[in-house]
Design a protein around this ligand. Structure first.
Ligand SMILES: Nc1ncnc2c1ncn2[C@@H]1O[C@H](COP(=O)(O)OP(=O)(O)OP(=O)(O)O)[C@@H](O)[C@H]1O
Ligand SMILES: [Mg+2]
Length: 373
């Protein structure tokens, strides 16, 4: 194992063309599309830089160095890699010939950008009422999915939501590559692993799930659901592991449920579609959608309860908060915010009985001043 300080020095040496961006806290992502094209993301917007790698080998060696540090294999037979740097940044590498531009690397700088609910409120990504509601859902152990497009802020939001879990709970976290940073005292982190150069030793999310269930979890948090492991998660959610949470790629609440259904179908266990659908419908109780807008901002767009299936077998979605777009401001800034849809949560009384502070006024639509006479 390479010591952390030596690794950080070697990263800076191999990756010297991007070192200034690694030191710049305003840069949230660095994208290397081969040696001659480097982009950065600042405040949610992409900018092409003049930086380039004179020697492509440095780029390749830097990537190999990361692989060595995290104990992964990066070569012709394993040309893709997920990793995490000591500062918490997430790295993905693809080597040529799969990467047509040359060695392609993306560094998402999570560590320095850890978001809190307060920050999300101050950025206008969520309102205090919607944040309070999510907190109540966590306390009420609702099973939830954070869904959204690529880079829309799903993992960051799941990280914020996970901080709302009581410190007394035993939390099992399962990820492909560690991104979440839970601060509670009793957390067990499990990370999937690719095969070694001889194709041995692969450990998948589904395998870790199997272990997690035997490690007495109070809650299960899965970084992202991408495939057949969806079925295991759904089964856990309906069998006494309430309050489990995960993220997935989907744009609207309805898509999210259908996508979970499709992913559950990828599992090795064969189940008829009707059975799968009712499994999804009884497992998922809350969906929080995130979106990346044109101005680079990330916002929550929907918070909905899922109320099972209707008589004709369709998912019943019960909207609680929705983002209302109010046009564009200076510099193309997206205007608008999450607004209540006028529906009280179905578990309002149960939450009050548990002694949680929940207020009906959070869910009352505000009067639109433009409609007032
Ligand atoms: N509400 C927010 N406001 C501003 N920036 C945000 C917000 N949420 C996330 N970000 C930033 O957006 C980037 C993408 O966030 P994140 O990794 O959470 O998205 P994701 O949807 O999980 O992405 P992926 O689809 O790649 O898994 C990060 O740089 C993060 O710091
Ligand atoms: Mg993510």
């Amino acid at each position: 194992m390479i010591p952390k300080e030596i690794f950080e020095q070697s990263i800076r040496r191999y990756f010297s063309p991007i070192a200034p961006y690694l030191d710049d806290d305003s840069v949230s992502e660095i994208m290397i599309n081969g040696p001659n094209e480097i982009w950065i993301e600042v405040k949610g917007k992409l900018h092409k830089t003049d930086a380039r790698f004179e020697v492509e080998d440095d780029l390749f060696s830097g990537a190999k160095n990361i692989a060595q540090y995290v104990g992964k294999t990066l070569n012709e037979l394993n040309p893709r890699m997920d990793a995490r740097l000591p500062d918490g940044s997430r790295v993905h590498v693809v080597l040529p010939p799969c990467a047509r531009n040359g060695v392609t690397v993306s560094i998402r700088r999570f560590g320095k950008f850890s978001l809190t609910m307060e920050k999300l409120i101050s950025y206008g990504s969520i309102t205090p009422e919607a944040a309070n509601f999510i907190n109540i859902c966590v306390q009420m152990e609702r099973n939830m999915i954070v869904a959204g497009g690529t880079g829309s802020g799903k993992t960051s939001l799941l990280n914020c939501i996970s901080t709302l879990i009581e410190p007394s709970e035993r939390i099992l976290v399962i990820e492909d590559s560690t991104e979440l940073q839970l601060q509670q005292p009793h957390v067990v982190m499990l990370e999937a692993r690719g095969p070694d150069s001889k194709g041995r030793g692969k450990v998948e999310i589904g395998d870790l799930f199997h272990s997690a269930m035997r490690l007495r979890p109070d809650r299960i948090v899965i970084g992202e659901i991408r495939g057949g492991e969806a079925l295991s998660l759904l089964q856990a959610m309906t069998s006494g592991h309430g309050g489990s949470m995960s993220t997935t790629h989907a744009t609207y609440p309805d898509d999210t449920l259908r996508r979970l259904e499709t992913m559950a179908m990828m599992s090795e266990v064969e189940m008829p579609l009707v059975a799968l659908r009712s499994q999804v419908a009884s497992a998922i109780q809350l969906i929080v959608q995130t979106s990346r807008f044109n101005d680079g901002s990330r916002k929550l767009t929907h918070i909905v309860e899922c109320l099972g299936l209707s008589e004709n077998g369709e998912y019943k979605i019960y909207p609680i908060f929705e983002f209302r777009h109010r046009g564009y401001g200076e510099g193309g800034k997206v205007l608008g915010q999450m607004e209540p849809c006028g529906n009280l949560p179905t578990f309002m009384d149960a939450a009050k009985e548990r002694g949680l502070e929940i207020d009906e006024s959070w869910f009352r639509p505000k009067q639109d001043p433009r409609r007032r006479r």
